[in-house]
Design a protein around this ligand. Structure first.
Ligand code: 5AD
Ligand code: SF4
Length: 457
């Protein structure tokens, strides 16, 4: 008897093993989650959106702010019910909280089966088999960066963001030791990947249909310093532009102190480099910047912004900023507002400071009370919401080159893509345009996106 294709598809689905991934935190974590999907995909696991039907649940945690860490714990608590109903499901915890709180996780959540370090992901499939075989709780954290530091990269397994936009990790770790930041303790020292390996991965992504690459690293501006021979980040960008067929290049994240003239000039000299830069300033007050160990002043930051706009007037700028750093006073916060007013960022990510374990700032006094932090955060966010909307409205009437990334979630027949500045544009068009750069007239501006009209394919 012949099986109908629908029945066959259903049977295949039932037979395949399912993986549910929940990601907290930054793009580096998103990238790691894609690696998990890819590695377990090779073992026959398909991705599901429903943790209840999963054979493996992978929680990728972030510890950069206390709130993200708390959210991870509450999710792990909630997942206990799923494990009770389905004891065969494996619960795996990875990411930065796993790096730092492995004992606490094991102790507080006995239903967790495996805790795995960020530098051990390539060994996840083996570890899963091991846990299934021995039926005991395990953890894996390679201590040596020498032996394991680069295993996170495997040029034969490129990672995807949308299929059109691909993320490529170029370095990991951070040596800056900003006093509030946990990253150096969880992600280790700075390590850069060899340029030829990066080029090879990008070529292979392009062969599979990628048009844009997003270069990732905790501090991409200091890329290549420790390689032999050393190479600068601007040299890497130029190599990628000339040695591959990539249409668009973006990168994140940058430290203002390492933003060189050379790199700024790339925005004018390298046509593939999109006019978009995320440049966290963290605080406006020089007194607070010093306590944060950021190694620049407000004036120096503003000068770099000015220089960037001289070089590339249409560049779009975004930043991270914190309110309520220990010892921050009203007059310091006003300096932060001043920076936001004067730069007019296209986008701003603002956070309440929270103490993180081991950091120097966690031992600094006096702490700012929660009420003040909340007041400052809402003032800042209200100001930025006005600026972002104003900027999006100013786009109305302009003609933009949009790289089409796929179908839009906003409605039937709509496509979604980004302008060179990184603004999201939704517009009606045929799906044959996915992966192409098209001319779109902007007809409406909203808080987080734009609406466009297709002009030319
Ligand atoms: N508290 C609050 N925000 C923080 N960030 C980093 N550490 C902390 C902390 N301890 C913010 C910074 C950084 C972003 C990723 O998270 O703004 O750029
Ligand atoms: Fe969070 Fe930092 Fe870890 Fe990214 S690297 S997940 S931001 S703590």
């Amino acid at each position: 008897m012949r099986q109908s294709s629908a029945v066959k598809a259903k049977a295949e689905k039932m037979a395949s093993k399912l993986l549910y991934v929940h990601t907290f935190g930054c793009q580096m974590n998103e990238y790691d989650s894609l690696r998990v999907q890819r590695l377990l995909g090779l073992e026959g696991y398909a991705v599901t959106e429903n943790p209840k039907e999963a054979d493996i649940i992978f929680v990728n945690t972030c510890s950069v702010r206390a709130k993200a860490e708390q959210k991870a714990y509450s999710l792990l608590g909630r997942l206990k019910g799923i494990k009770v109903r389905n004891p065969n499901a494996l619960l795996v915890v990875g990411g930065c909280v796993a790096e730092q709180q492995r004992e606490k996780i094991i102790e507080r959540f006995p239903h967790v089966d495996l805790v795995i370090g960020t530098r051990a992901i390539s060994r996840l499939p083996d570890m899963i088999k091991e846990v299934r075989r021995t039926r005991t709780q395990k953890w894996l954290f390679p201590e040596s960066e020498e032996s394991c530091g680069m295993e996170w990269l495997d040029s034969s397994s490129p990672m995807w963001k949308t299929g059109i936009v691909a993320s490529v990790t170029i370095m990991q770790g951070c040596d800056n030791f900003c006093t509030y930041c946990i990253v150096p303790y969880v992600r280790g020292r700075e390590r850069s990947r060899a340029p030829q390996e990066i080029i090879a991965e990008i070529r292979s992504l392009i062969a599979k249909g990628a048009k844009e690459v997003l270069l990732l690293g905790q501090n991409v501006n200091s890329y290549g310093k420790n390689l032999d021979p050393p190479i600068s980040f601007s040299e890497l960008i130029k190599m990628i532009a000339s040695e591959t067929d990539v249409l668009r290049i973006r990168f994140t994240t940058s430290h203002p102190k390492d933003l060189t003239e050379d790199l700024m000039k790339c925005f004018a000299e390298v046509p593939e480099l999109c006019p978009q830069l995320h440049l966290p300033f963290q605080a406006g007050s020089d007194r607070i910047l010093k306590k944060m160990n950021r190694k620049y002043t407000q004036t120096e930051y503003l000068r770099k912004i000015e220089r960037l706009r001289d070089i590339r007037p249409d560049i779009s700028l975004s930043a991270d900023v914190m309110v309520g750093f220990p010892g921050e006073r009203e007059e310091d916060f006003l300096e932060t507002l001043k920076v936001v007013e004067s730069v007019q960022f296209d986008n701003l990510f603002s956070f309440k400071y929270s103490d993180r374990p081991f950091t120097v700032a966690s031992r600094m006094e006096p702490k700012v009370d929660e009420k003040t932090k909340s007041r400052w955060l809402s003032t800042l966010q209200a100001l930025q919401a006005e600026i972002t909307l104003k900027k999006n409205l100013a786009e109305v009437g302009s003609l933009r080159e949009v790289l089409v990334e796929g179908k839009s979630k906003t409605g039937r027949g709509q496509l979604t893509g980004r302008t060179p500045q990184g603004r999201i544009v939704n517009f009606v068009g045929p799906s044959s345009l996915v992966g192409k750069i098209v001319a779109v007239r902007i007809v409406e501006g909203y808080a987080h996106s734009l609406k466009g009209k297709l002009i030319e394919e």
